[in-house]
Design a protein around this ligand. Sequence first.
Ligand SMILES: NC(=O)c1ccc[n+]([C@@H]2O[C@H](COP(=O)([O-])OP(=O)(O)OC[C@H]3O[C@@H](n4cnc5c(N)ncnc54)[C@H](OP(=O)(O)O)[C@@H]3O)[C@@H](O)[C@H]2O)c1
Length: 262
Amino acid sequence: MCGELFSLEGKVALVTGGGRGLGRGMALALAAAGADVAVAARTRTQLEEAATEIGRLGRRALPVVADVRDPGSVSAMVRAVVGGLGGLDVLVNAAGVNRRIPSLEVTPESWDEIVDTNLKGTFFASQAAARVMRERGGGKIINIASLASEIGLPRRVPYTAAKAGVLGLTRALAVEWAPYNIQVNAIGPGYFRTEMTEPLFRDPEWVKRLLSRIPAGRVGVPEDLAGAAIFLASRASDYITGQIIYVDGGFLAGWPDRPRAG
Ligand SMILES: NC(=O)c1ccc[n+]([C@@H]2O[C@H](COP(=O)([O-])OP(=O)(O)OC[C@H]3O[C@@H](n4cnc5c(N)ncnc54)[C@H](OP(=O)(O)O)[C@@H]3O)[C@@H](O)[C@H]2O)c1
């Protein structure tokens, strides 16, 4: 009963941003739970590596080069998945970029790059996927939000605005697409060391301050997202929609009484 509830056997998943970092981690988790998985991003070599790892888990894998800022590229991505793997049941919107720029120096170009990738990309990928899911009688959309969906991050204002937007979009789409049996939820990762956050992690003082602020006393690793991703992709979450699950070691719950640095 328990295994069946969380099984993704016979399902097709697409993970944008699946070439590396948190997206690749979630793609592998969905494959381990039984799904065939397509991974999409702009860097073919990373997609091919991810596809090889999915294949090693005994699942079909499809690397798809796509730029989520471009709705035409997003439609082609979804068509490639349906053509290559025979359908689409689960979409994880993990493609994202972040840049630390003082707000007085944000240009229209940097605003567009960050907001278009994180927010516009999430919307149009969801729209293209939902058109397929509606025909199939349902599906699961999992958006990747952030602590920035809840709290303001200085010098990352376009990112904060976009990730707060992801939260609003998650709730509104959940309501609109509930009649199609499409559940739309989000995962909000705390701090994870990936290419996106690598520059921060090179500063030992910053790492010390960060660790003293996380009740769990450590940063996340991609495997920490596996449980939430499988849960929200599976039948186990069929009556849950419009929700966000924070996977943050307790960051948003409050300040540690006694910091557990180390
Ligand atoms: N790391 C953290 O602590 C953290 C915390 C909260 C939320 N997040 C979110 O988690 C998600 C994954 O981030 P990460 O930390 O794993 O970062 P990452 O290692 O930099 O991965 C980002 C992924 O997004 C893809 N991507 C970027 N722009 C794209 C575009 N225009 N079209 C298609 N794909 C694109 C990248 O591939 P290409 O560059 O090859 O296109 C890459 O596969 C993001 O949404 C991020 O905001 C991360």
